[in-house]
Design a protein around this ligand. Structure first.
Ligand code: WTA
Length: 625
């Protein structure tokens, strides 16, 4: 990566400096970028507050009474919060947190459904200069416990339950299970969202309304240094426990503000709907921080795309006149299966930008999205913006610049890196590959949205992102750059699995499988699925003397669901005598994946014992070629 040679900012730093100047800083920075590879500090010396940048800047002007959040549930009930309503709520939560002793640098965990209070809780934590750690509300008790412990949170904000497909998803109950053995958590704040009955632990749990009862309506925003952490969000890699990705305040805010403008051309007049949950990075960057900084109206829908009917989403677009719609290919594939008639009955003419994220948007789905949802309108009036990025990158990295440059999009390609971003495709030696050849996607210069570390593990940060290619950020994705410089994302080069665009690591699944005492060893494989992107196939080795049965299979799968959450879709479970391993004992998951997908097995020379494969094929005839 380039190192600035002198104190005069080079062009990409100039670009980011100009972007940062659009944000409300309390104190200007003295240095745009301090790059000590692999650590970057952006806007050094500058002071800012995320909640101030999202709310305070709007509430004295014309946006004061404009809807900031419009929430709707599956039964059609809606709530509107203006910028000034949201501001008041955030201030009260912040003050109540302060009264509980929360201060700058403390970590507050949030385990909440997609309700306005969840957004307000994030902003309230940020207002104090504390660090939020949102945990996806679909996670089970073990996944939740691991994440809470990793960040050593002592205060958690949750809700009685979430709503999905007409049912209550008991969040407080899951949290109680996660905290059974935990003594660090001192306070649990519970929003009564659905009325679902919960048990309250004396001295620890407090209802949200009581929590706010004594709170002041104003809590001064804490000016934090640009590099101060804004949040921790766990994500999965190839190995080990989930990583707590840390994003800092000034660079991150600048980045998400700038990229949402560049890619989607957002304005304060947009009704913007990002269908992601706040538990994932998309929900942080492009459901909360960026659209609120831009003063847009943000749509929150608590529910599923197909309940009470298959047209729930299209009804929302029509009813609330959504102008920007940002979703994942997995949802589009489900809708494609249903046909177009139901969709055509809805007036979707308010839409002006269609976004996509999370998985490759292949040309057929792209074409369907443009024709059926975009109404086949002028591609410059309702363009499809497929955004490639990651939890680690904080915001969009590669996406078409249709709105700015009238880029003619190639369906299936994410096109070119956004301004200020230098991406490339390299071989395993880190050398640029020929146009059209598959290689590893790397980023060659730091950018303001770049993660600043892994919570509590700097060595892992260096090892994970900076050890494979000298001086380049390793995205762990494979891609192709064609002769026109357009990027085509092929998928992960590691063992990360994407189910319905939710990112999950094999290690976490395997740990959950092993917690079923009958299992001695296991391997989780992500296999291609035409609707969900990927699903999971499990291989298990049972303890001596235990035989597999349908009920044991069910128990193992149930164990994973309870531990990690029901969004983990397991489509098959194979019981084998041994797993294929390298001589150093690493499970060769790629060989198992190739077996299941009936693909060539590739290089088997590293296998400790080649007979393993024959044994598995002999046991399961479907794997035989
Ligand atoms: C994949 C989600 C193809 C990719 C924002 C990446 C994509 C991983 C796209 C990050 C896209 C994301 N086309 N693949 N437009 N966007 N990915 O951290 O493999 O949940 O590495 O962040 O999703 O997933 P994460």
């Amino acid at each position: 990566m380039d190192t600035p040679e002198n104190s005069t900012p080079c062009s990409y730093e100039n670009f980011w400096q100009n972007e940062a100047e659009k944000l409300p800083w309390f104190k200007p920075w003295h240095t745009v970028l301090d790059w000590q590879p692999p650590h970057a500090r952006w806007f050094v010396g500058g002071e800012i507050n995320a909640s101030y940048a999202c709310l305070d800047i709007h509430i004295h002007g014309e946006l004061k009474d404009k809807t900031a959040l419009v929430w709707c549930d599956e039964t059609g009930v809606e709530r509107h919060l203006t910028y000034s309503d949201l501001y008041k709520l955030v201030n009260r939560i912040a003050d109540a947190l302060k009264q509980k002793g929360v201060k700058k640098g403390d970590v507050v965990a949030i385990f909440m459904p997609l309700i306005p209070e969840a957004v307000a809780a994030m902003l309230a934590v940020a207002r104090l200069g504390a660090i939020h750690c949102v945990i996806f509300s679909g996670f089970g008790a073990d996944a939740l416990r691991d994440r809470i412990r990793d960040v050593k949170a002592t205060l958690i904000i949750t809700a009685d339950a979430g709503r999905r497909r007409g049912k209550c998803i008991p969040l407080k109950e899951t949290l109680d299970r996660a905290l059974e053995l935990d003594s660090m958590v001192k306070t649990v704040v519970v929003v009564k969202s659905t009325g679902y009955a919960v048990s309250m632990h004396e001295g620890r749990d407090i209802y949200f309304d009581d929590f706010l009862a004594q709170a002041s309506s104003y809590c001064a925003p804490e000016a934090v240094e640009s590099h101060h952490p804004l949040f921790i969000l766990h994500t999965s890699g190839s190995t080990g426990a989930p990583k707590g990705v840390v994003h800092a305040t000034g660079g991150y805010l600048t980045y998400v503000y700038s990229t949402l403008k560049e890619a989607f051309g957002i304005t304060k007049d947009d009704v913007y709907w990002c269908t992601a949950d706040i538990g994932w990075i998309t929900g942080h960057s492009y459901l909360v921080y960026a659209p609120l900084m831009h003063g847009a109206t943000v749509m929150l829908y608590e529910g599923s795309h197909d309940y009470p009917t298959d047209v729930a989403w299209w009804q929302i677009i029509e009813r609330f006149k959504v102008t920007i719609f940002y979703t994942a290919p997995t949802a589009l594939r489900l809708f494609m299966k249903q046909g177009v008639d139901d969709i055509a009955r809805h007036n979707l003419s308010s839409l002006r930008v269609l976004g996509s994220v999370g998985e490759p948007l292949n040309p057929q789905v792209w074409e369907w999205y443009a024709r059926v949802v975009g109404g086949g309108r002028d591609p410059l009036r309702c363009p499809i913006i497929d955004t490639w990025w990651q939890t680690e990158t904080g915001g969009f990295m590669i996406a078409p610049k249709v709105l700015r440059d009238h880029d003619a999009v190639k369906p299936g390609s994410v096109m070119h890196p956004l301004s200020g971003i230098e991406a490339d495709i390299v071989s395993s030696d880190g050398l640029p590959v020929e146009p059209g050849s598959k290689g590893f996607l790397v980023i060659k210069k730091p950018w303001p949205g770049m993660l600043v570390g892994i919570w509590g593990d700097n060595e892992r940060y260096k090892r994970t992102y900076w050890s494979r290619f000298t001086g380049m950020f390793d995205t762990s994705d494979c891609a192709i750059k064609d002769r026109d410089g357009c990027f085509w994302i092929l998928g992960r080069s590691d063992e990360v699995i994407k189910i319905s665009a939710h990112r999950i690591g094999t290690a976490e699944i395997e740990t959950a499988v092993l917690s079923q005492g009958a299992v001695a060893e296991s391997a989780a494989i992500g296999v291609d699925d035409s609707l969900r992107g990927q699903t999971i196939v499990l291989f298990v080795v049972l303890r001596a003397g235990i035989a597999i049965s349908d009920s044991l299979k069910k128990e193992i799968i149930e164990r994973v669901h309870k531990s990690l959450g029901r969004f983990i879709v397991i489509t098959d479970l194979f019981c084998v005598d041994r797993l294929p391993k390298t001589r150093s004992g690493k499970i060769l998951r790629r060989v198992l994946r190739a077996l299941v997908q009936r693909e060539p097995l590739g290089d088997l020379t590293t296998l400790e014992d080649g007979a393993v494969i024959e044994d598995i094929c002999a046991q399961y005839k479907q794997f035989e070629k």
